[in-house]
Design a protein around this ligand. Structure first.
Ligand code: S3P
Length: 165
């Protein structure tokens, strides 16, 4: 059992919205590894970051990705930082992975200051720039297709992903 498509990309790019629209269009289920982690831990992602730290979160995330890849045949969305882990990237090899991209200004506009997203606590523009610089090549490395979301509605992005599959 493998997902029909795995969505990766930065937080706020619309992985959940587009993922759910895609699942509807394809007539398959939708799953999100962030939701799996929250359900499994009974805690919010922000609490896991604060209480246990980012490495502990990444370990939980790796396990959540491994389980979801093996046990889900619909649309799967990953957390924005899942690609940071080398083992997680290896798990994604051979999967249909679509990278939803956006530029820094679009990211600042869409997310702003968001307490629920612990990596954007202060100075979002600077943090976004650094985050994108650190991660863009990792998304590109594992993606089988890239869909730019800047200035596009979720419906338009969904159609572009369907066209790319
Ligand atoms: C993170 C993205 C979040 C969540 C966590 C860390 C990241 O997921 O996994 O807050 O490192 O970019 P979304 O991309 O679904 O917001």
């Amino acid at each position: 059992m493998n997902p029909v498509v795995v969505l990766v990309g930065p937080m706020g790019v619309g992985k959940s919205t587009v993922g759910q629209l895609l699942a509807e269009r394809l007539g398959v289920g939708y799953r999100d590894t962030d939701d799996d982690i929250v359900a499994g831990q009974g805690r919010a992602i922000s609490e896991i970051f604060v209480d246990d730290g980012e490495p502990a979160f990444r370990a939980l995330e790796k396990e959540a990705v491994r389980r979801a890849l093996a046990g889900h045949d619909g649309v799967l969305a990953l957390g924005g930082g899942a690609v940071l882990d080398e083992d997680t990237r290896a798990l994604l090899a051979g999967q249909p992975v679509v990278y939803l991209s956006m530029d820094v200004e679009e990211a600042v506009k869409r997310t702003g200051l968001n307490a629920a997203r612990p990596l954007l606590a202060v100075n979002p523009r600077k943090q976004w720039r650094e985050l994108m610089e650190a991660r863009r090549h990792l998304y590109e490395q594992i993606a089988t297709a890239v869909v730019a979301t800047d200035g596009r509605t979720p419906e338009e992005v969904t159609q572009a992903v369907l066209d790319a599959l």
